[in-house]
Design a protein around this ligand. Structure first.
Ligand code: NAD
Length: 413
């Protein structure tokens, strides 16, 4: 069966919300395509001395509200469609949260697990050289995403600063704290997801304590979310990575799973847990299902088998529009990605602010401000969802599109 691409899924969501918001037709048409996408080739010398060329993308989707903002992912399957979809989602996310940013996303077609650290460094520096003209603290600010991290951001900031002839910390966010990064950035997406899950539990009359949670994807986002929900007495019954999952109906200790993954490279084989597939995980009976890996995981094919009481999307685009409809019909609320996983870009915004002012906040202050932003955004989305009797995803888009429309009309562009 033909599957929908991430960009097609993003456009469907946009079209649904544009109809609901009675968006100006010209603005709607403009938002159906990215402002610009840059494609570059990055040649590097490998450890064995050969030349290898990698394809890199940067899509700047819309900048009506401010400089564009979004992560860079390293993945062998990254392509134009995916990067443009992710850049669109970043645009709606920043607008839904009320951040002064437009949306962007980047990617390099490479498998960092098959490369040495020097090669990954060369790709990261090459990416910045290829894109230097188009990025900057007031133009477009990259951040980490799948398979990139604070080390990647440190290399990128260093390369950009060399090109500019001065230190420019605000060109990327998600930097190490030792390089003017922000406290709390590494855990921010997972922590924002935890705040959102607790709000959603209250909204949908579920007690967080003892609620069973299944998390697909045990990387940066999924592992912090699992640990922080565990700290709030939720019962994390399953987690997974690209190789498969670990399941224990009595609950797993996500801190111990992280140690096991660190040692063995996977969550599989965790003591006391049963190995399951990613398919099994998505169909487990649980209270909260948290997809935190990739796009297109809950689809028309498996949505009918989802037995969770609610879905909190920490990955970008994990639920297709067809699956959304099935979940809606089954009465399973979906807390959408552009709301639930906005903790990362919110603390990225805090980092950028701190870089501009040159004043640095403690971790408690960062987490406290994050909590406030996430809870306010959740309340606003829930209010629109109830008032207009629409799913939370359409409500989040509604808020975002109204803000972008107003900015575009006022700017006259
Ligand atoms: P990561 O690379 O740290 O982790 C990804 C995890 O997903 C890994 O555990 C990997 O093994 C697993 N995975 C990969 N393919 C899988 C599959 N087919 N099935 C199950 N698991 C699979 O990446 P991350 O930063 O945690 O990002 C995860 C998701 O969250 C992505 O959709 C990303 O766009 C989104 N996101 C990340 C951030 C951030 O701040 N890092 C912010 C917002 C959204």
């Amino acid at each position: 069966m033909k599957t929908i691409t991430p960009f097609q899924a993003m456009l469907k969501q946009l079209d649904t919300a544009a109809g609901e918001a009675r968006l100006d037709p010209a603005i709607h048409a403009a938002l159906r395509q990215p402002m610009r996408t840059l494609i570059a080739s990055i040649p590097i010398k490998t450890c064995s001395g050969e030349l290898q060329v990698f394809t890199a993308y940067r899509c700047q989707y819309n900048n009506a509200l401010g400089p564009t903002k979004g992560g860079i992912r390293y993945n062998p399957n990254v392509d134009l469609d995916e990067v443009e979809a992710l850049a669109g989602w970043m645009t709606w996310k920043c607008a839904a949260l009320g951040l002064p940013y437009g949306g962007a996303k980047g990617g390099v077609q490479c498998d960092p697990k098959a490369l040495g650290a020097r090669e990954v460094e060369s790709i990261s520096r090459g990416y910045v050289r290829a894109m230097a003209e188009w990025i900057g603290p007031d133009e477009d600010i990259p951040a980490p995403d799948m398979n990139t991290n604070e080390q990647t951001m440190a290399w990128m900031m260093d390369e950009y600063s060399k090109i500019e002839g001065k230190l420019v910390p605000g060109v990327v966010t998600g930097k190490p704290v030792s390089l003017q990064g922000s406290h709390g950035r590494k855990s921010a997406t997972g922590r924002g997801g935890m705040f959102t899950t607790l709000k959603a539990c209250a909204a949908f009359r579920m007690k967080p304590s003892g609620s069973t949670v299944a998390v697909q994807g045990f990387g940066n986002v999924g592992s912090f979310a699992a640990q922080l929900l565990h700290d709030k007495r939720c019962k994390v019954v399953a987690v997974s990575d690209s190789r498969g999952g670990a399941y224990n109906p009595k609950g797993l200790d996500p801190y111990k799973v992280a140690e096991h993954k660190e040692k063995t490279g996977s969550v599989l084989g965790f003591k006391g847990a049963k190995d399951i597939t990613n398919k099994d995980l998505l169909e487990l009976k649980c209270d909260v299902l948290v997809p935190a890996a990739l796009e297109n995981q809950i689809t028309r094919e498996n949505a009918g088998n989802v037995r969770a009481r609610m879905v909190v999307e920490l990955a970008n685009g994990p639920t297709t529009p067809d699956a959304d409809r099935v979940l809606h019909e089954k009465g399973i609320p979906v807390v959408p990605d552009i709301l639930a996983n906005a903790g990362g870009v919110t603390v990225s915004y805090f980092e950028w602010l701190q870089n501009r002012v040159g004043e640095y906040w403690g971790e408690d202050e960062v987490n406290c401000r994050l909590k406030q932003k996430m809870e306010n955004a959740f309340d606003a989305v829930l209010r629109v969802s109830k008032q207009r009797e629409i799913p939370m995803r359409t409500a989040a888009y509604y808020i975002a599109l109204k803000r972008i429309e107003e900015a575009m009309l006022m700017r006259g562009s």
